[in-house]
Design a protein around this ligand. Structure first.
Ligand code: FAD
Ligand code: PYC
Length: 416
């Protein structure tokens, strides 16, 4: 018998032939204890820790697209904990600690590689800001050190430290425990872990409404696959949080911007670490496949476009070619954008909301990948106990009414 491609494809689609049974999307149940909206790394990690640490397994993660297809699958995977304020130091350091054991925890190789993250200073202002971060971090027991230009080049030999550059390298802050991980492995690792603990992960299921009873408490969600009842709903839908929260009548202090990245054709290992430059909107590392992973800045205006403006990536490539002359003749393979949601103080919002039973985790802006394990861990505890986890407590929505902001504009890595 002859097999046509379309027949094989139809069989594969019908039965997911060859896939282990547990990978098929389950039919949604009528009711859950907890519904998580968004199957990015943060949502999946939340579901995993709800089941693993709090014994709450009647959980569904609803995803409008495919698992890990949002920012989790679009980011440049930089991991670090060199933030300025003590609230953020605690949060990102909690995450970094979890990264260090994550492959073991999930029995899934997330390819966390602590190869060092170096942030370049190009002017007097940068030097002061980064030195302030170095001192603040060291006081908190977090590794961060100052390098002069020659030391920076020693750490990353392809770095151009010619003082005649348009933006010369005047020094750098180095966090040696920082690094990168494999983004889709993080989503799949948490998904598999949650699935094995009984969580339902349902793709192609867009949440279109949030249902409440007469006293205003959440009772479930409306979806493109029908209504689903839930006692608690957690929104973890980076970039689209305002849209979802508006369904429950809550206005969020967020703006959504495209942030873009691109990768080069694969080359032999040339880049031993991660280098970032806030000032000229460029950062680069090398993936295990050999591609140079390059990140750009955000678009200057709010939008839901998943491509990003061409002049933004062009500006970045000019900066990259100047900082790393070996890249000048490389071809770029792909470029894309993700939609990030940004708060006024550049710190996330994690916690309860004015609507009983509704929880939110958002506002990670350009820098939430590094937080994935920590974010899921503290958000799960917040949902399970209906009160903020100790580390999440400063990051509640109320800070925008009390004015107790956590200003991380300088540590956010990408200028906005
Ligand atoms: P997502 O992975 O975006 O998941 C949210 C999910 O919600 C999506 O899958 C979406 O489809 C789903 N959703 C939305 N609306 C609905 C709905 N109505 N119903 C159902 N599902 C819905 N951070 C770093 O720390 N380091 C970096 O180097 C870094 N680089 C970045 C580079 C780029 C180009 C981008 C775009 C981001 C970068 N970030 C980085 C930020 C980081 O990617 C995000 O903060 C993080 O991945 C957010 O994870 P998440 O799980 O909250 O969101
Ligand atoms: O938060 O480190 C970061 C980052 C780098 C690129 C985008 N975000």
């Amino acid at each position: 018998m002859r097999f046509s491609f379309s027949r094989l494809a139809a069989e594969a689609l019908r039965g997911h032939s060859g896939w282990p049974r547990q990978w098929r999307d389950p039919e949604p149940k009528a009711a859950y204890d907890v519904v998580i909206v968004g199957a990015g790394g943060h949502g999946l990690a939340t579901a995993y820790y709800l089941a693993k640490e709090h014994g709450i397994t009647n959980v569904a993660v609803l995803e409008k697209g495919w698992l890990g297809g949002g920012n989790t699958g679009r980011n440049t995977t930089i991991i670090r904990s060199n933030y300025l304020c003590e609230e953020s130091e605690a949060l990102y350091e909690h995450a970094l600690g979890l990264w260090e054991g994550l492959s073991h925890e999930l029995n899934y190789n997330v390819m966390y590689s602590a190869r060092g993250v170096m942030m370049l200073a190009h002017n007097e202002h940068d030097i002061r800001v980064f030195k302030r971060h170095v001192h603040a971090n060291r006081l908190a027991g977090i590794d961060n050190e100052w390098l002069d230009p020659a030391e920076a080049k020693g750490f990353c030999p392809i770095l151009n430290i010619d003082p005649r550059l348009r933006h010369p390298v005047l020094g750098a802050a180095l966090q040696r425990r920082g690094g990168v991980a494999r983004h889709d492995a993080v989503a799949w690792g948490y998904a598999r872990g949650a699935d094995r603990l009984g969580v339902d992960i349902i793709q192609n299921c867009e949440v279109t409404g949030i249902e409440r009873n007469a006293s205003g408490r959440v009772t479930g969600v409306a979806t493109t696959r029908g209504p689903i009842m839930a006692r608690r709903v957690g929104i973890v839908a980076a970039g689209h949080t305002s849209v979802l929260m508006a369904m429950a009548g809550v206005r969020m202090p967020l703006e959504s911007f495209p942030l873009q990245a691109l990768v080069s054709e694969p080359v032999k290992p040339v880049m031993p670490c991660v280098v970032m430059s806030n000032t000229i909107h460029a950062y680069m590392s090398q993936s295990d496949k050999g591609e140079l992973v390059i990140g750009a800045g955000t678009d200057a205006y709010t939008s839901y476009s998943q491509t990003g403006a061409l002049h933004v990536s062009r500006h970045t490539l000019e900066a990259i070619a100047e900082l790393f002359p070996v890249t000048r003749r490389l071809r770029m393979l792909r470029s894309w954008a993700g939609i990030v949601d940004v708060t006024p103080d550049r710190s996330p919002i994690i916690g309860t909301t004015p609507v009983a039973g509704l929880f939110v985790n958002c506002g990670w802006g350009t820098g939430g990948f590094k937080a994935t394990p920590g974010s899921g861990h503290v958000f799960a505890a917040t949902i399970a106990r209906d009160e903020p986890h100790r580390i999440a407590a400063p990051f509640t929505l109320e800070r925008f009414t009390t004015g107790r902001l956590i200003d991380e504009a300088a540590a956010a890595a990408v200028s906005h």
